[in-house]
Design a binder for this molecule. Structure first.
Ligand code: FPP
Length: 260
């Protein structure tokens, strides 16, 4: 991602996890519901679209921080299957924004070894965006850095329906015994196949909902809700979320606490 010129202290702040975070107990995979772009803009007397633009900057800096601090995967909810019901002007703006950001940032993503994937029902997206997504996915596929998953036209229920259909087709064709279907076979049919489940879900703007996001994968995630509106989400807010995560006792349904 294109970085602003770094000053000495700036660069140090960005590269190292804050001293009071335990680098050995970071979540490996962080999921993000980036909410509050519209309210951020409206509170400044700006059109909602300006909130989405500012949201892109917050996402770029969060990706960089996660990568610098040693988090292995970041999965962000950029556009849900329900977001098509927004006014056409806003939907078009978002699609064009995704195209522009991909065009502008691809080289930097490659240089920073980010592996980008888009998760969702991509065939419904504009043709040009689909092409850019295919290019970005291919050209970063062998990168060794952070996995950056952008959920676009994504819905958790839709994902489970598609997985069920694929398994049912294989069973009907005699390729799969229904009794052999287990959690691994379902996980392997999801858009996130091959990715470890998120350890931490961060939702901004104070809403306590998961809004059809990663319904299967978030089964044991810790949830951190902050009142910060997404465009204002910064290093301090990320640090807060990670400290909150490190205070949790993860028991995965058992009795003994398992440290994050
Ligand atoms: C929710 O805020 C935000 C969105 C629906 C869009 C999120 C998209 C981005 C931040 C851009 C990401 C870009 C790329 C290329 C991945 P809202 O509009 O629901 O805010 P509100 O709840 O205040 O109305």
């Amino acid at each position: 991602m294109s970085r602003p010129p770094a000053t000495g202290t700036d660069r140090t702040d960005r590269s190292l996890p804050p001293a009071n975070l335990d680098p050995d107990r970071l979540p490996q995979h962080v999921a993000l519901i980036m909410d509050g772009n519209g309210r951020w803009a409206e509170s400044r007397g700006l059109p909602r679209m300006m909130g989405h633009r500012a949201g892109v900057e917050a996402l770029k800096s969060t990706l960089r921080l996660c990568s610098d601090w040693g988090i292995q995967a970041l999965t962000a909810y950029a556009f849900s299957t329900e977001n098509w019901s927004r006014p056409g002007e806003e939907v078009n703006f978002l699609m064009t924004l995704f195209e522009r950001v991909l065009q502008a940032e691809l080289k930097a993503l490659e240089a920073e070894q980010v592996r980008i994937r888009f998760l969702g029902d991509l065939e419904a997206l504009p043709q040009k965006l689909q092409q850019l997504i295919a290019e970005a996915t291919t050209s970063t596929a062998s990168n060794t850095g952070i996995h950056f998953n952008v959920c676009t036209n994504y819905g958790g229920r839709r994902e489970l329906v598609l997985a069920a259909q694929r398994l049912a087709r294989r069973a009907a064709a005699g390729e799969l015994d229904p009794d052999d279907i287990d959690e691994n076979s379902i996980g392997a049919e999801l858009f996130t196949a091959g990715e470890q489940d998120p350890d931490l879900l961060i939702r901004t703007s104070g809403e306590h909902r998961i809004s059809n996001f990663l319904l299967w994968q978030l089964a044991y995630a810790e949830i951190h809700v902050t009142d910060v509106l997404w465009p204002d989400f910064n290093a301090m807010a990320l640090k807060e979320a990670l400290l909150d995560f490190q205070r949790r006792n993860r028991r995965f349904g058992g009795l003994d606490p398992i440290s994050p």
